[in-house]
Write a protein that binds this ligand. Structure first.
Ligand code: NOJ
Ligand code: CA
Length: 726
């Protein structure tokens, strides 16, 4: 038996005090010592330090503050938070310089070059519980994330809120849409940060199933420009098993902070160690073109784990689609009934006489696709359930396998296959993700059995499980589950109304494109400002390819005599430019085939244009004003150039220095006519052929709301003889 020894108790106490003293000293010492890393080219400097035990970072570009000292932390529901009381218990630096090849992309090789700082932060008063912060500093910006390693006292926790600050250096110009848990289909507002409070109400127009954030918040990707010429883009990369982040706006102090999407019970994330947050990304440059050229977000995503990616292919498609929005002569629904159930006998419905997805129409579209070199035809409204698909928060709207009586899946598949055309499947879930998950395997097997290799998914309406949001952790996991499951069946996904992308097309390359922003459909529902597509590449497209659905030639929609006064707010030629300026390996020619037949010479550009590239050259750009991009076709000596302007006419300067030297090429230039404009004369254009070489320089006119498009290829001997130089 141990004897009571007052001396040893005293010694123990003394030891404890000494230990505490050391901890305190350590605490103070580490608190003052800031850690600094540079970008490989030394133009960016990241500083990390603890201020009174609170993590804080700042970012400087060429001597200018991008992010002033800003705090980091995670507030937790069921445990003490990861907000303060930290000491730095370890810190490591690393440098990486390698490159990789995307399955499809804007460039064939991507360089991944950064310096890294990894700090371990422990909380001595909480039994040395610890987290890590990993910072990666590239030449084009910063990515950082929180990591939660597995440890004795930390298995599970629930996030109340992430508190990542982005303390900006001034009252920047910002291109923004309102923070919303359920939709990103808002029009952009351009203002100063300080003006956001006054403009928020007007900016928050009605959109079905919207859920605007109550306190002042905007969405990412958030594009800003400082008065001294810095372009700053804040977004996130690799959003997996975590809710999407919006940005709270403190408009007086130009301070933004993370605002995560809650779940049905108000929690913001369920974490089990090992885990990490998505990367928070800040792309920065004094050149707007660098923002568009940045591959930082892709670099921060994990390489794909798919062993075979040979089945993932670019898609150029047409569809029974735009006519539902504008022509008024056809509908998704077959019957006139307004209350149907999946178990109903749909052949007994009263036909409304306007069903779009009939065998006859499908065959006509397949013929058009085959004649003009398209890979696929999207057919919406082929499956039962469209009579009451929206607005009822209904669980079992669609079954994804039963066609309407006038659509023969087998016959259409055989007809398409005989013409070497694929049918693109359409899975509108109407927000009922539970129903979709239950039926997913049967739906994908049905696709496999009938020769479909791609599907457009959709999430219109309020989400089921009820109370969940489009951008919450549950749905984030759902979209990824669908992509992974689709890969098992070698199916490509083109999602609409899903959470905005964060570069996951690197990890899940069959998640080939997304809508996740206001796309062409809104030209038929209130219109898009002419500047909209000069902003989207700086915002939505920073995260990944967009199924924008360009190619509308009949822009004046009164043409259809449906009573609407709508128009598409671009010239015809600007619609051509989109195939180059709005990057996606999946592109639609969205207009009704009849309209392409009316303008065969302009349609030639859509037939020719590539969708997968060896290289891209961002020639000129200013968010909200104009963008000019040239791209080289993957594996071919062909180039395409696209330029777009906002509501102002403009002259673009187009170099050709990316062409191999010393050789003349044939350029076909599609221009707005001198008297063209988006509102008065949108279909006036000229097409000119000329020879160009690497030294040519073109001054190219763009009409108000217009643009231009150029295709460049090898010239034949007779073209070399007959055509003039530019
Ligand atoms: C919204 C999508 O964006 C649109 O393309 C589709 O036609 C409808 N939902 C119906 O699924
Ligand atoms: Ca949509």
């Amino acid at each position: 038996m141990m004897k009571f020894n007052p001396k040893s108790k005293f010694l123990k106490l003394q030891n404890k005090l000494v230990f505490l003293g050391i901890v305190m000293l350590f605490f103070i010492a580490t608190d003052v010592k800031a850690q600094v890393i540079n970008s490989p080219n030394k133009q960016l400097v990241l500083t990390f330090e603890l201020k009174n035990g609170v993590p804080q970072y700042q970012l400087v570009y060429k001597g200018k503050a991008v992010i002033k000292p800003s705090t980091l932390g995670i507030e937790v529901v069921n445990h003490p938070s990861f907000m303060d009381g930290f000491v730095i218990s370890d810190s490591k630096e690393d440098s990486v310089d390698n490159s990789w090849k995307p399955v499809m992309g804007e460039v064939k090789t991507i360089r991944n070059h950064y310096n890294e700082l990894l700090v371990t932060l422990s909380q001595p008063t909480l039994n040395n519980r610890f987290i890590r912060l990993r910072f990666r500093l590239f030449n084009d910006g910063l990515g950082f994330r929180y990591e939660f390693p597995k440890q004795k006292d930390l298995n599970y926790f629930i996030i109340k809120e992430e508190h990542t600050e982005f303390n900006l250096a001034g009252d920047h110009k910002i291109f923004w849409i309102p923070g919303d848990y359920d939709t990103n289909e808002y029009a952009y507002t351009t203002s100063k940060i300080s003006e956001i409070p006054n403009l928020m109400e007007e900016a928050t127009a009605f959109i079905s199933a919207q859920w605007p954030i109550k306190n002042l918040a905007v969405q990412t990707p958030s594009m800003m420009k400082s008065s001294d010429g810095l372009y700053i883009n804040i977004h996130e990369a690799a959003l997996i098993n975590y809710p999407a982040m919006s940005l709270n706006v403190d408009a007086e102090n130009f301070r933004m902070s993370s605002h995560l999407t809650p779940d049905a019970v108000g929690n913001k994330g369920y974490i089990q160690t090992n885990a990490q947050t998505p990367w928070r990304t800040i792309v920065v440059s004094d050149k707007a073109t660098d923002i568009l050229a940045s591959k930082l977000i892709l670099n921060l995503n994990e390489p794909t784990a798919y062993e075979d990616v040979s089945w993932i292919k670019p898609v150029k498609y047409i569809g029974i689609w735009w006519e539902y929005f504008v022509a008024g002569k056809s509908t998704w629904a077959f019957g006139t009934e307004t209350n149907v159930k999946l178990e109903d006998d749909f052949s007994k419905l009263t036909p409304n006489g306007k069903h779009g997805a009939t065998n006859e129409r499908a065959k006509a579209y397949i013929d058009f696709a085959a004649d003009n070199g398209f890979n696929a035809v999207l057919i919406e409204g082929w499956n039962v359930g469209w009579e009451d698909w929206i607005g009822n928060w209904k669980e079992n709207v669609f079954d994804f396998v039963t066609s309407y009586p006038d659509f023969d899946v087998n016959a259409i598949h055989e007809y398409a296959a005989s013409k070497n055309v694929k049918i693109m499947m359409h899975h509108e879930t109407s927000g009922s993700a539970t129903n979709y998950e239950r039926r997913l395997d049967r739906a994908f097997q049905f696709m496999k059995d009938n020769g479909y290799n791609s599907v457009k998914t959709g999430y219109v309406g309020q989400i089921i499980p009820r109370g969940e949001h489009h951008d919450g952790q549950w749905m984030v996991n759902h979209y990824i589950h669908v992509a992974e499951r689709a890969a098992d069946y070698e199916i490509m996904i083109n999602s609409h109304e899903a959470v905005r992308p964060t570069g996951l097309n690197r990890t899940y390359p069959n998640w080939i494109a997304q809508e996740s922003a206001r796309g062409t459909e809104f030209e038929a529902m209130g219109g898009l400002a002419p500047e909209h597509t000069t902003i989207l590449p700086f915002t939505r497209l920073m995260g990944g390819p967009m199924d924008y659905t360009p190619g509308i030639f009949q822009t004046d929609l009164t043409y259809y005599n449906t009573g609407g006064q709508q128009r598409v707010n671009t010239t015809l030629v600007k619609q051509l430019a989109y195939y180059v300026t709005m990057y996606s390996p999946l592109q639609m020619a969205a207009d009704i085939p009849d309209n392409y037949d009316r303008f065969p010479d302009a349609f030639q550009f859509i037939k020719d244009v590539a969708v997968d590239w060896d290289n891209s050259y961002i020639l000129e750009a200013e968010p909200g004003d104009y963008i000019t991009i040239a791209r080289k076709t993957k594996g071919k000596n062909e180039w395409f150039v696209g330029g777009v302007t906002d509501e102002n006419s403009r002259t673009a300067t187009v170099p050709f220095s990316y062409l191999p030297k010393g050789k003349e090429y044939l350029a076909t230039i599609y221009s707005d006519a001198k008297d063209a404009s988006w509102d008065k004369n949108p279909q006036a254009y000229t097409i000119k052929k000329a020879l160009v070489n690497s030294k040519s320089l073109l001054k190219q006119y763009m009409a108000p709301g217009g643009g231009f498009a150029i295709s460049i290829k090898e010239a034949t001997p007779s073209e070399l003889k007959e055509l003039k130089k530019l």
